[in-house]
Design a protein around this ligand. Structure first.
Ligand SMILES: Nc1ncnc2c1ncn2[C@@H]1O[C@H](COP(=O)(O)OP(=O)(O)OP(=O)(O)O)[C@@H](O)[C@H]1O
Length: 845
């Protein structure tokens, strides 16, 4: 743990904070909390009192304003409080309260005749006001007594806490970490947490998988490991969690295993939420393998709104974006004819028999609407499917545990009383709606027990203990098998990864060097002036241009630089990602309304995190305090973007006819590139060897896929394309077209649109046309073909231009992979980050 961390923790800062906690800190202008809530409150009160006194004196010119009191009871209360306090501190010049003061004017200030005339009329009201005042005064007394009592209680609590902390400190023989102090506080006010892990371990037994019977109504024969998971899932449903996580590696048939579970009890309705790309695959698998199960795809503008109709189906299939939009319409409403209209979400109105989240890491960010929409669904059993449950950080597991209903792990607890909640309930941003204690006195059990210790210590000390706890939980909640472990069952053919290295042609090299030397000069200027931190969006853009240049110069020279526009200017042109200037695939937009590919902006943010945080030295939230918030790469305002928001979809009635880069080229004179020619050579050789072998070509740049398609067609290859703008049915039709037509041998897939949840086992070659330093994206792509149903040996070929940034990217990948192996780091996101040293390496400094 860093010293900063320690000292800050000592001061009472939360070590790891949820977004809500962070937001709260911002709202409080980053004030460190005092250990004593009531003291804290007293300070705020004093300020309010002072302010109110000031206001009152401004109104009357001097002293207390009875008018202010009469017109504003709160001000009166506060002023009274202030005067009591001042009187208590023996400040002499505070006037005594009297009934006249309550009228707003004293007798001396009025002409005598008027005073006499008024006297009778005002007597009654004065009497009333006096009694009101006395009532208020009494209230203040009560209030003060209450405050004194609260202070006394807080002091007593602190003393008890100190005793407990001292006991643990002498037991451990060292200073306690902030997390340990929190644990002490939690067990004091929540005795059930004293040995939460031990209790959980005793109460919930690990289900040892045994082979279940093959379900009669399932047409496919389950493999041995699939029968084991069926047994395990049935047992889990009877257990405390009534569900769990099936986390087999990609391509081992999680879909069929879940269908087997549904078929075996044949209850309805079941809800499956999956990425758009996988929806029709689910439908096809259910129709193919399950006998007598009715399926409804709940998607599109004309989807069924009758709850009774939905309930009639065995399985309702929908996407994360449809779920989110349905929930949003229910909670926040939408505009119709200038009015905000709220619409009940049918998905949330049904108590489902079973809910399945496919690719469940889609909800990994707990504060997103998508995650919240899943938390609010009702069902008897709940399941998460994911081949990469720990895609980035341990913290991301929280949402999955929360979805499964994990008590106490997903709860927020108060460190000063017995209040606990699944929600962060701070409507006024200052005090808990339930118990009134401040946000700083609340902690998320998961963050305190698992996330913070691992983030701060890795596998050492408290980190190792947290890992053990995580194991205890996952052993009872998750089943994961890998392809290597179950190789015999799977009988998968081998997979090899080859890096093919080529060199630029002289003309390409000249262009590349000119771009590179400009980029390097620019980067060096940032380094020399110490402004790397402030220029990450420019640096990211320099790196992207160099990567594109290595693919084909036209991607840079003919790119559409549509500054300041949300959609492209050309009629009918598809939206463009503002980071890669390429057609947007799986696009999301920032609060400042700029559109980006989800993957591009994620990579951009990863890069920023890498630049701004020297890994492990700083807490994530502290980073935002010390370093500037990442800025929008387009307009440079602080960037606010929900990475898990549903993909941007153009208006349904807007016809998106994409012309792409080809429309900007003179195709008669167009010249190919080293990389495209390398692919042609590979595919031509393959065609000579075996004309039946099919290939998938992946690239992050859609314009590059346009160029590749054009060149391949010229070379006589039959190709088809998967694009991010396709709806589920169009995607399914394209996939079928590729799988069913022997003469279609090449499938061009945008990494951003089709990297996950695709099943393309007809192909046995993968060509990765451009590299990124996080190899996870590439593995996902390779796993599209290396999965059950694959019978041929699989080859993945990475095409790299040796004298470009790409060779450095490959070296960086290797370096980072070695580092991750050596430290057994669980923080895979480190792979995606770029430190200043990494940048220097890429720019060859
Ligand atoms: N027992 C089986 N018999 C026949 N086919 C099977 C069997 N199990 C799985 N498959 C097939 O294997 C392929 C891969 O399965 P599936 O797509 O469910 O994998 P997955 O684990 O969900 O992968 P991902 O995590 O990538 O989505 C599918 O085509 C499926 O039909």
């Amino acid at each position: 743990m860093s010293e900063d961390g320690d000292s800050l923790a000592e001061e009472g800062f939360e070590e790891s904070s949820t977004e809500e906690e962070l937001a709260h800190m911002h709202a409080r202008h980053m004030l460190p909390p005092t250990e004593d809530a009531s003291e804290d409150e007293t300070i705020l009160m004093d300020e309010a009192v002072r302010q109110s006194l000031q206001d009152a004196s401004n109104e009357t010119g001097a002293g207390t304003s009875s008018g202010a009191r009469a017109g504003n009871p709160k001000a009166a209360l506060l002023a009274a409080a202030a005067e009591r306090r001042l009187a208590a501190s023996k400040i002499e010049d505070v006037p005594e309260y009297n009934s006249d003061a309550l009228d707003g004017l004293s007798e001396e200030e009025e002409p005598l005749s008027k005073v006499k005339g008024k006297k009778k009329a005002t007597k009654k009201s004065a009497k009333k006001k006096t009694s009101d005042f006395v009532a208020n005064f009494m209230t203040m007394d009560d209030l003060y007594a209450e405050r004194r009592e609260a202070r006394r209680r807080a002091k007593a609590e602190r003393n008890v806490l100190k005793v407990e902390e001292n006991k643990l400190r002498s037991k451990l023989g060292r200073k306690l970490t902030h997390a340990e102090k929190t644990t002490v506080a939690l067990s004091l006010f929540h005795p059930e947490l004293k040995d939460a892990w031990g209790d959980f371990e005793k109460k919930v037994a690990i289900v040892q998988p045994e082979k279940a019977e093959q379900p009669a109504k399932l047409k496919a024969t389950l493999l041995p490991f699939q029968l084991e998971s069926l047994f395990w899932m049935r047992k889990q449903e009877k257990g405390q969690y009534a569900g769990g996580m099936l986390a087999d590696e990609m391509g081992m048939g999680k879909t069929i295993q879940m269908i087997a579970l549904m078929v075996s009890d044949n209850h309805k309705p079941n809800l499956v939420i999956a990425p758009t790309v996988a929806i029709i695959q689910w439908k096809n698998e259910i129709e193919k393998h399950a006998e007598g199960m009715s399926v409804l795809v709940w998607h599109g503008a004309n989807r069924e709104s009758s709850i009774d109709q939905l309930k009639k189906h065995n399985v309702v299939l929908t996407t994360y974006s449809v779920l989110e939009s349905s929930f949003r319409k229910q909670e926040s409403g939408f505009k119709r004819k200038g009015q905000i209209v709220k619409e009940k979400s049918p998905l949330h109105a049904i108590k489902w028999h079973r809910i399945v989240l496919d690719e469940a890491h889609n909800i990994k960010e707990r504060a997103t609407n998508t995650a919240k929409a899943t938390f609010e669904l009702q069902s008897k059993y709940k399941w998460c499917l994911s081949g990469t449950p720990l895609q980035n950080r341990v913290g991301e597991l929280y949402s999955l545990i929360r979805f499964l209903g994990g008590d106490p792990f997903a709860y927020y607890f108060c460190k000063r009383c017995d209040c606990k909640s699944l929600h962060w309930k701070f409507s006024n941003k200052r005090h808990c709606d339930d118990c009134g204690h401040t946000p700083m006195h609340h902690t998320c059990f998961w963050n305190n027990e698992v996330l913070s210790p691992i983030q701060k210590n890795g596998m050492n000390g408290p980190g190792a203990i947290a890992f053990k706890k995580l194991r205890v939980l996952l052993d009872r909640l998750m089943l994961r098998r890998t392809k290597v472990e179950r190789a015999d069952d799977l009988g998968l053919p081998p997979r090899t990864v080859i890096v093919r290295r080529d060199y630029f042609s002289p003309e390409e090299k000249e262009l590349y060097l000119s771009l590179f030397s400009d980029a390097k000069r620019q980067f060096t200027t940032y380094v020399d002036s110490g402004t790397v931190l402030n220029n990450y969006s420019n640096i990211f853009s320099l790196l992207t241009r160099m990567r594109q240049m290595a693919c084909h110069p036209d991607l840079v020279l003919r790119s559409k630089n549509n500054q300041g526009k949300f959609l492209s200017e050309d009629f009918g042109e598809a939206p463009v990602c503002r980071l890669c200037n390429d057609v947007a695939e799986d696009a999301i937009h920032s609060k400042c309304r700029h559109l980006f590919d989800r993957e591009c902006i994620r990579q951009y943010l990863d890069t920023v995190v890498g630049i701004t945080v020297r890994q492990g030295l700083l807490h994530s939230w502290l980073m935002w305090l010390i370093f500037p918030q990442p800025e929008c790469p387009v307009c440079h305002v602080p960037l606010t973007i929900d990475l898990d928001a549903p993909a941007y979809e153009p208006e349904e009635n807007t016809s998106v006819v994409r012309q792409g880069i080809l429309g900007r080229l003179d195709l008669e004179k167009w010249r190919s590139s080293t990389k495209i020619e390398a692919l042609i050579e590979e595919l031509t050789n393959l065609r000579k060897q075996d004309a039946t072998i099919k290939s998938i070509v992946f690239s992050q740049f859609v314009n590059f896929l346009d160029l590749i398609a054009f060149r391949l067609q010229k070379a006589g290859f039959n190709v088809c394309r998967l694009e991010g703008t396709m709806g589920p049915y169009a995607r399914d039709a394209t996939i079928k077209y590729f799988m069913d037509n022997v003469h279609v041998t090449v499938f061009l897939v945008s990494l951003k649109a089709g990297g996950v949840a695709l099943n393309l086992t007809e192909a046995s070659r993968v060509y990765l046309m451009d590299s990124w330093w996080n190899p996870a994206v590439e593995y996902q792509a390779m796993d599209r073909i290396h999965r059950l149903g694959q019978h041929r040996p699989v080859q993945a070929i990475k095409l790299v231009v040796e004298d470009s940034i790409e060779s450095r990217i490959v070296q960086l990948q290797e370096k980072k992979a070695a580092m991750v192996d050596a430290t057994l780091s669980t923080d895979d996101s480190a792979m995606g980050r770029l430190t200043p040293d990494d940048l220097g390496f890429l720019f060859r400094l």
